[in-house]
Design a protein around this ligand. Structure first.
Ligand code: SF4
Length: 427
């Protein structure tokens, strides 16, 4: 038997008072996004302007992937650069000139700021402007910050996409823009479903190639596929585009609601919608139900990390039968996650920001069956006997839309299986 999501709650969490916390927090920095963004944009290059620490972070996050022509690198700021700022600026420009002369495949170059470049106040915006003037029209040079000072790891993608928006050409075309970097196979599934509904004028930000014809204007409506794109949303609105608020496409229910928001906007009739979504919906329900047997009745606690927390809490409580104890998110933009909050039954503490020691105390008191958190907290919590799930895996694994709904649920059931197996061995 497959499990259907229950009807929407009479009272969701949109108006639940938010516990606001400002204190020490434990997260990855925005450079992490380069790992998935460089795979997506096939003629882009990401040049981190940072220290050896930044270079190490990128290398270890990228794991053992080997490229004939890598699409990211680090311009290392040496100690001496910290003293002579003017030299650092000129040196960076020379590095870029050399890189672009060697790599004629590069069409977009991102200068990515880091903690060190921010500390010494290197002006990457000015460098990008000068370099664009020198290398246009073949190469566009943009800049954004991936610095770990007060940013979380998913904000790197937001900053990157937002940096592209002002440079997009203007269009009056009525079109749908999908916003968020999804793995190609997942993006293709979404485009296929929308295409079958008769929605043809669809662009994606980020586009796979610089010359994709991506443009934006007052007749563009856009749907986010990731909840951490608040800055990109604001940048698109400044270009006159209109946001379609919807629950995020996680799980069968989230995917259906997301598609429905788009279908309504483009006048797709119900019969056609049902014909297109019927079979994949049934597959998604079946796949989720399999993992839900492990998850049902279990409690989950979210530390703020990826900004995916609220949509995932909605998925785990409504489709997998879990109970959310606390849902922490680094930021809560109701214009973005409001529709997911509407579907989340009242009960859990909704927390924004982090004071890690206080939150650890609440977590220890609650002793949830599963804790979703960053790498830095996972090991100590595991040592205390709590099962954890690393939030970062959620952005490295294809989890959106119908065909991935089962994999998404399995990401959460696996740590519980592992813990059960350990208990059995110990018994
Ligand atoms: Fe570390 Fe900052 Fe570099 Fe990120 S940007 S690796 S937090 S120094």
């Amino acid at each position: 038997m497959t499990h259907h999501a229950p009807p929407p709650p009479a009272a969701g969490c949109r108006e639940t008072p938010v516990l606001k916390q400002r204190g020490q927090h434990e997260v990855f920095c925005g450079l992490t996004g380069i790992i998935w963004l460089h795979r997506k944009m096939q003629d882009a290059f990401f040049l981190v302007v940072g220290s050896r620490t930044c270079a190490h972070l990128l290398q270890s996050a990228a794991g053992v992937m080997i490229f004939a022509e890598p699409r990211f690198g680090t311009a290392i700021l040496e100690e001496t650069d910290l003293a002579g700022l003017a030299d650092a600026q000129a040196e960076l420009e020379r590095d870029v000139d050399r890189l672009l002369a060697r790599r004629t495949d590069i069409r977009q170059l991102f200068l990515v700021g880091s903690c060190p470049s921010e500390v010494i106040k290197l002006d990457l915006a000015r460098a990008a402007e000068k370099l664009t003037a020198r290398h246009a029209p073949k190469v566009r040079v943009l800049n954004y910050s991936g610095s770990g000072i007060e940013t979380t790891f998913t904000e790197g993608e937001d900053a990157c996409l937002a940096s592209m928006v002002p440079a997009l050409p203007e269009t009056d075309k009525r079109q749908l823009l999908l916003v968020g970097a999804l793995p190609d196979v997942v993006e293709d599934q979404a485009l296929d479903l929308l295409g079958k509904m008769g929605i043809d004028d669809i662009s994606v930000l980020p586009a796979r190639h610089a010359d994709s014809g991506l443009a934006v204007g007052p007749n563009t409506v856009f749907a986010l596929t990731q909840p951490f794109l608040g800055g990109t949303l604001a940048a698109l609105e400044r270009r006159g585009a209109r946001h379609l608020p919807a629950p995020f496409p996680f799980g069968e229910e989230g995917t259906t609601a997301w598609l429905q928001a788009v279908a309504r906007e483009f006048g797709v009739d119900e019969a056609r919608f049902d014909a297109v979504t019927g079979a994949p919906r049934a597959r998604a329900r079946k796949a989720v139900a399999k993992a839900a047997t492990t998850l049902s009745g279990k409690s989950v606690f979210f530390f703020p990390d990826s900004q995916l927390e609220i949509p995932l809490a909605r998925f785990l409580t409504r489709e997998c039968g879990m109970e959310a104890v606390e849902v922490g998110a680094p930021y809560i933009h109701k214009s973005v996650v409001g529709p997911d909050l509407d579907l989340l039954s009242q009960g859990p503490t909704i927390a924004e920001g982090q004071d890690v020691e206080l939150q650890l105390d609440r977590c220890r008191t609650a002793r949830p069956d599963l804790t979703v958190c960053g790498l830095g907290l996972a090991n100590p919590l595991e040592a205390e006997g709590l099962a954890t799930k690393w939030a970062i895996e959620l952005v490295f694994t294809p989890v959106h839309f119908y065909e991935q709904a089962g994999d998404l649920a399995a990401l959460f059931s696996r740590p519980l299986h592992r813990r059960n197996a350990l208990k059995l061995e110990a018994a």
